[in-house]
Design a protein around this ligand. Structure first.
Ligand code: RET
Length: 298
Protein backbone atom coordinates (compact mmCIF):
# COMPACT_ATOMS: atom_id res chain seq x y z
CA UNK A 1 0.00 0.00 0.00
CA UNK A 2 1.62 3.23 -1.08
CA UNK A 3 1.10 6.54 0.61
CA UNK A 4 1.73 9.95 -0.87
CA UNK A 5 3.57 11.50 2.02
CA UNK A 6 3.28 15.18 2.74
CA UNK A 7 5.95 15.02 5.40
CA UNK A 8 9.64 15.09 4.60
CA UNK A 9 11.46 11.78 4.77
CA UNK A 10 12.63 10.64 8.13
CA UNK A 11 10.94 13.50 9.98
CA UNK A 12 9.63 11.78 13.02
CA UNK A 13 8.01 14.94 14.32
CA UNK A 14 6.41 15.69 10.98
CA UNK A 15 5.08 12.17 10.83
CA UNK A 16 3.73 12.37 14.34
CA UNK A 17 1.87 15.59 13.76
CA UNK A 18 0.07 14.31 10.67
CA UNK A 19 -1.71 11.77 12.80
CA UNK A 20 -1.64 9.32 9.88
CA UNK A 21 0.94 6.70 10.66
CA UNK A 22 -0.95 3.64 9.57
CA UNK A 23 1.09 3.00 6.44
CA UNK A 24 4.50 3.92 7.68
CA UNK A 25 7.17 1.91 9.34
CA UNK A 26 7.50 3.71 12.62
CA UNK A 27 9.11 3.72 16.01
CA UNK A 28 6.91 6.70 16.90
CA UNK A 29 3.85 4.65 17.88
CA UNK A 30 3.22 2.85 21.13
CA UNK A 31 3.88 -0.88 21.36
CA UNK A 32 1.95 -3.50 23.26
CA UNK A 33 3.98 -5.16 26.07
CA UNK A 34 4.17 -8.39 24.02
CA UNK A 35 5.53 -6.54 20.98
CA UNK A 36 8.10 -4.68 23.05
CA UNK A 37 9.15 -7.80 24.97
CA UNK A 38 9.39 -9.97 21.87
CA UNK A 39 12.04 -7.68 20.41
CA UNK A 40 13.66 -7.04 23.80
CA UNK A 41 14.08 -10.79 24.30
CA UNK A 42 15.19 -11.41 20.71
CA UNK A 43 17.97 -8.82 21.10
CA UNK A 44 18.93 -10.29 24.46
CA UNK A 45 19.08 -13.77 22.91
CA UNK A 46 21.25 -12.44 20.08
CA UNK A 47 23.73 -10.92 22.56
CA UNK A 48 24.02 -14.28 24.33
CA UNK A 49 24.35 -16.22 21.04
CA UNK A 50 27.03 -13.87 19.69
CA UNK A 51 29.23 -13.74 22.80
CA UNK A 52 28.90 -17.46 23.57
CA UNK A 53 29.87 -18.36 20.01
CA UNK A 54 32.76 -15.86 20.14
CA UNK A 55 34.17 -17.74 23.14
CA UNK A 56 33.60 -21.04 21.39
CA UNK A 57 35.31 -20.00 18.12
CA UNK A 58 38.29 -18.46 19.93
CA UNK A 59 38.82 -21.69 21.84
CA UNK A 60 38.05 -24.04 18.96
CA UNK A 61 41.02 -22.66 17.00
CA UNK A 62 43.27 -25.04 18.92
CA UNK A 63 41.32 -28.06 17.61
CA UNK A 64 41.82 -27.38 13.92
CA UNK A 65 44.87 -27.52 11.67
CA UNK A 66 46.93 -24.39 11.23
CA UNK A 67 45.61 -23.55 7.80
CA UNK A 68 42.01 -23.40 9.09
CA UNK A 69 42.74 -21.32 12.17
CA UNK A 70 42.32 -18.03 10.36
CA UNK A 71 38.76 -18.96 9.34
CA UNK A 72 37.90 -19.64 12.99
CA UNK A 73 39.51 -16.41 14.13
CA UNK A 74 37.47 -14.50 11.54
CA UNK A 75 34.31 -16.25 12.83
CA UNK A 76 35.19 -15.21 16.36
CA UNK A 77 35.79 -11.60 15.31
CA UNK A 78 32.50 -11.48 13.36
CA UNK A 79 30.41 -12.63 16.33
CA UNK A 80 32.31 -10.37 18.74
CA UNK A 81 31.56 -7.32 16.58
CA UNK A 82 27.94 -8.43 16.35
CA UNK A 83 27.71 -9.04 20.12
CA UNK A 84 28.88 -5.50 20.76
CA UNK A 85 26.40 -4.06 18.27
CA UNK A 86 23.50 -6.10 19.65
CA UNK A 87 24.35 -4.74 23.08
CA UNK A 88 24.04 -1.21 21.68
CA UNK A 89 20.90 -2.10 19.69
CA UNK A 90 19.34 -3.60 22.84
CA UNK A 91 20.09 -0.44 24.85
CA UNK A 92 18.75 1.77 22.08
CA UNK A 93 15.50 -0.24 21.99
CA UNK A 94 15.19 -0.04 25.76
CA UNK A 95 15.74 3.72 25.72
CA UNK A 96 13.25 4.30 22.89
CA UNK A 97 10.18 3.14 24.85
CA UNK A 98 8.89 3.38 28.39
CA UNK A 99 5.99 1.60 30.04
CA UNK A 100 3.09 3.94 30.73
CA UNK A 101 -0.39 2.75 31.65
CA UNK A 102 0.21 -0.71 30.29
CA UNK A 103 1.66 0.36 26.91
CA UNK A 104 5.20 1.03 25.75
CA UNK A 105 5.18 4.66 24.68
CA UNK A 106 7.95 6.28 22.61
CA UNK A 107 10.25 8.25 24.89
CA UNK A 108 11.42 10.52 22.08
CA UNK A 109 14.85 8.90 21.96
CA UNK A 110 14.91 7.41 18.45
CA UNK A 111 15.75 3.73 17.99
CA UNK A 112 19.09 3.73 16.20
CA UNK A 113 19.14 1.54 13.09
CA UNK A 114 22.67 2.69 12.24
CA UNK A 115 24.22 0.17 14.67
CA UNK A 116 22.85 -2.64 12.54
CA UNK A 117 24.09 -1.21 9.29
CA UNK A 118 27.55 -0.43 10.72
CA UNK A 119 27.60 -3.99 12.02
CA UNK A 120 26.84 -5.35 8.56
CA UNK A 121 29.41 -3.07 6.98
CA UNK A 122 32.07 -4.68 9.15
CA UNK A 123 30.83 -8.25 9.38
CA UNK A 124 29.57 -8.98 5.86
CA UNK A 125 33.02 -8.49 4.23
CA UNK A 126 34.50 -10.72 6.95
CA UNK A 127 31.87 -13.39 6.33
CA UNK A 128 32.74 -13.24 2.65
CA UNK A 129 36.41 -13.78 3.55
CA UNK A 130 35.30 -16.83 5.53
CA UNK A 131 33.21 -18.22 2.68
CA UNK A 132 35.99 -17.73 0.13
CA UNK A 133 38.59 -19.17 2.53
CA UNK A 134 36.52 -22.34 2.79
CA UNK A 135 36.58 -22.67 -1.00
CA UNK A 136 40.39 -22.89 -0.77
CA UNK A 137 40.82 -21.38 -4.21
CA UNK A 138 44.24 -20.50 -5.56
CA UNK A 139 45.29 -17.04 -4.36
CA UNK A 140 45.18 -15.64 -7.92
CA UNK A 141 41.49 -16.54 -8.20
CA UNK A 142 40.48 -15.80 -4.60
CA UNK A 143 41.79 -12.24 -4.48
CA UNK A 144 39.84 -10.68 -7.39
CA UNK A 145 36.76 -12.70 -6.42
CA UNK A 146 36.88 -11.40 -2.88
CA UNK A 147 37.46 -7.81 -4.03
CA UNK A 148 34.36 -7.96 -6.22
CA UNK A 149 32.23 -9.54 -3.49
CA UNK A 150 33.35 -7.09 -0.80
CA UNK A 151 32.73 -4.07 -3.05
CA UNK A 152 29.28 -5.40 -3.92
CA UNK A 153 28.49 -5.96 -0.23
CA UNK A 154 29.43 -2.36 0.62
CA UNK A 155 27.16 -1.05 -2.15
CA UNK A 156 24.36 -3.39 -0.97
CA UNK A 157 24.50 -2.12 2.62
CA UNK A 158 25.14 1.55 1.83
CA UNK A 159 22.18 1.72 -0.55
CA UNK A 160 19.89 -0.22 1.81
CA UNK A 161 20.38 2.28 4.64
CA UNK A 162 18.65 5.38 3.19
CA UNK A 163 15.59 3.22 2.51
CA UNK A 164 15.70 1.71 6.00
CA UNK A 165 15.60 5.04 7.81
CA UNK A 166 12.98 6.58 5.56
CA UNK A 167 9.35 6.74 6.64
CA UNK A 168 8.32 6.94 3.02
CA UNK A 169 7.50 3.61 1.42
CA UNK A 170 8.38 4.73 -2.10
CA UNK A 171 11.84 5.78 -0.94
CA UNK A 172 12.17 2.46 0.88
CA UNK A 173 11.20 0.57 -2.26
CA UNK A 174 13.59 2.46 -4.55
CA UNK A 175 16.66 2.01 -2.32
CA UNK A 176 15.64 -1.58 -1.57
CA UNK A 177 15.55 -2.33 -5.29
CA UNK A 178 18.95 -0.72 -5.85
CA UNK A 179 20.40 -2.71 -2.95
CA UNK A 180 18.98 -5.97 -4.33
CA UNK A 181 21.20 -5.75 -7.43
CA UNK A 182 24.55 -6.25 -5.61
CA UNK A 183 22.74 -8.69 -3.26
CA UNK A 184 21.70 -10.92 -6.17
CA UNK A 185 25.20 -10.67 -7.63
CA UNK A 186 26.83 -11.81 -4.35
CA UNK A 187 24.50 -14.75 -3.88
CA UNK A 188 24.86 -15.83 -7.51
CA UNK A 189 28.66 -15.71 -7.41
CA UNK A 190 28.86 -17.51 -4.06
CA UNK A 191 26.40 -20.20 -5.16
CA UNK A 192 28.30 -20.80 -8.41
CA UNK A 193 31.71 -20.84 -6.71
CA UNK A 194 30.59 -23.11 -3.88
CA UNK A 195 28.99 -25.47 -6.39
CA UNK A 196 32.14 -25.53 -8.51
CA UNK A 197 34.23 -26.29 -5.43
CA UNK A 198 32.10 -29.33 -4.57
CA UNK A 199 33.94 -31.59 -7.00
CA UNK A 200 37.25 -30.67 -5.41
CA UNK A 201 36.09 -31.45 -1.88
CA UNK A 202 36.63 -34.78 -0.19
CA UNK A 203 33.29 -36.55 0.09
CA UNK A 204 33.06 -36.06 3.86
CA UNK A 205 33.23 -32.31 3.32
CA UNK A 206 30.88 -32.20 0.34
CA UNK A 207 27.69 -32.50 2.41
CA UNK A 208 28.90 -29.72 4.70
CA UNK A 209 29.67 -27.40 1.79
CA UNK A 210 26.21 -28.18 0.39
CA UNK A 211 24.67 -27.20 3.74
CA UNK A 212 26.74 -24.03 3.75
CA UNK A 213 25.41 -23.13 0.29
CA UNK A 214 21.84 -23.60 1.51
CA UNK A 215 22.41 -21.73 4.77
CA UNK A 216 23.88 -18.79 2.87
CA UNK A 217 20.90 -18.64 0.55
CA UNK A 218 18.37 -19.08 3.34
CA UNK A 219 19.87 -16.73 5.93
CA UNK A 220 20.81 -13.97 3.49
CA UNK A 221 17.36 -14.29 1.92
CA UNK A 222 15.67 -13.35 5.21
CA UNK A 223 17.13 -9.81 5.19
CA UNK A 224 15.38 -8.48 2.09
CA UNK A 225 12.16 -10.26 3.12
CA UNK A 226 12.23 -8.51 6.52
CA UNK A 227 12.97 -5.22 4.76
CA UNK A 228 9.99 -5.79 2.45
CA UNK A 229 7.45 -6.33 5.26
CA UNK A 230 6.28 -2.69 5.45
CA UNK A 231 5.61 -2.85 1.71
CA UNK A 232 3.55 -6.02 1.96
CA UNK A 233 0.65 -4.34 3.68
CA UNK A 234 2.05 -4.95 7.16
CA UNK A 235 1.68 -1.63 8.87
CA UNK A 236 2.80 0.50 11.81
CA UNK A 237 4.34 -1.21 14.80
CA UNK A 238 3.70 -4.73 13.44
CA UNK A 239 6.08 -3.84 10.62
CA UNK A 240 8.69 -2.46 13.04
CA UNK A 241 8.51 -5.62 15.13
CA UNK A 242 8.60 -7.87 12.04
CA UNK A 243 11.64 -6.13 10.56
CA UNK A 244 13.64 -6.25 13.81
CA UNK A 245 12.72 -9.88 14.47
CA UNK A 246 13.57 -10.88 10.90
CA UNK A 247 16.99 -9.20 10.96
CA UNK A 248 17.80 -10.73 14.35
CA UNK A 249 16.90 -14.27 13.27
CA UNK A 250 18.89 -13.81 10.05
CA UNK A 251 21.91 -12.50 11.97
CA UNK A 252 21.95 -15.50 14.30
CA UNK A 253 21.79 -17.83 11.29
CA UNK A 254 24.33 -15.92 9.19
CA UNK A 255 26.94 -15.47 11.93
CA UNK A 256 27.05 -18.08 14.75
CA UNK A 257 25.42 -20.89 12.74
CA UNK A 258 27.47 -20.15 9.64
CA UNK A 259 30.59 -20.07 11.86
CA UNK A 260 29.67 -23.50 13.24
CA UNK A 261 29.51 -24.89 9.72
CA UNK A 262 32.90 -23.39 8.94
CA UNK A 263 34.19 -25.06 12.13
CA UNK A 264 32.67 -28.40 11.07
CA UNK A 265 34.39 -28.15 7.68
CA UNK A 266 37.69 -27.15 9.28
CA UNK A 267 37.63 -30.01 11.78
CA UNK A 268 36.66 -32.57 9.12
CA UNK A 269 39.48 -31.42 6.87
CA UNK A 270 41.92 -31.43 9.79
CA UNK A 271 41.02 -35.07 10.52
CA UNK A 272 41.43 -36.00 6.87
CA UNK A 273 44.81 -34.26 6.81
CA UNK A 274 45.92 -36.27 9.85
CA UNK A 275 44.61 -39.56 8.43
CA UNK A 276 46.59 -38.91 5.27
CA UNK A 277 49.70 -38.18 7.34
CA UNK A 278 50.01 -34.70 5.97
CA UNK A 279 50.01 -35.93 2.38
CA UNK A 280 47.15 -33.62 1.52
CA UNK A 281 46.66 -30.38 -0.29
CA UNK A 282 44.60 -27.42 0.96
CA UNK A 283 41.41 -29.30 0.13
CA UNK A 284 42.10 -32.34 2.19
CA UNK A 285 42.90 -34.40 -0.91
CA UNK A 286 45.93 -36.59 -0.98
CA UNK A 287 47.34 -35.42 -4.34
CA UNK A 288 50.14 -37.96 -4.37
CA UNK A 289 47.62 -40.77 -4.22
CA UNK A 290 45.55 -39.32 -7.06
CA UNK A 291 48.28 -40.09 -9.59
CA UNK A 292 48.98 -43.61 -8.41
CA UNK A 293 47.38 -46.40 -10.43
CA UNK A 294 44.50 -48.06 -8.62
CA UNK A 295 45.83 -51.13 -6.85
CA UNK A 296 44.81 -54.34 -8.57
CA UNK A 297 43.76 -57.45 -6.70
CA UNK A 298 46.29 -60.19 -6.95
C1 RET B 1 19.01 -4.74 2.76
C2 RET B 1 18.18 -3.66 2.09
C3 RET B 1 17.11 -4.20 1.22
C4 RET B 1 17.62 -5.06 0.14
C5 RET B 1 18.64 -6.03 0.61
C6 RET B 1 19.27 -5.92 1.84
C7 RET B 1 20.17 -7.01 2.20
C8 RET B 1 20.84 -7.18 3.32
C9 RET B 1 21.69 -8.30 3.60
C10 RET B 1 22.40 -8.26 4.73
C11 RET B 1 23.25 -9.30 5.17
C12 RET B 1 23.83 -9.21 6.34
C13 RET B 1 24.62 -10.22 6.91
C14 RET B 1 25.12 -9.96 8.10
C15 RET B 1 25.90 -10.86 8.82
O1 RET B 1 26.82 -10.54 9.49
C16 RET B 1 20.31 -4.05 3.12
C17 RET B 1 18.28 -5.18 4.01
C18 RET B 1 18.97 -7.14 -0.35
C19 RET B 1 21.74 -9.45 2.68
C20 RET B 1 24.90 -11.49 6.22
Amino acid sequence: MLVISLVPDGTLLGALTTGDMSDRLSTALSLTPSQFNLIYNAFSFAIAAMFASALFFFNARAQVGQKYQLALLVSAIVVSIAGYHYFRIFNSWDAAYSLQNGAYMPTGAPFNDAYRYVDWLLTVPLLLVEAVAVLALPRKVARPLLTKLVLASIVMIATGYPGEISNNLTTRMIWGTVSTIPFAYILYVLWVELSKSLVRQPSAVRTLVRSMRLLLLFSWGVYPIAYLLPMLGIVGTTATVGVQLGYTIADVLAKPLFGLLVFAIAITKTKLDQDNNGLTDELGHAPELDVLPTPTQS
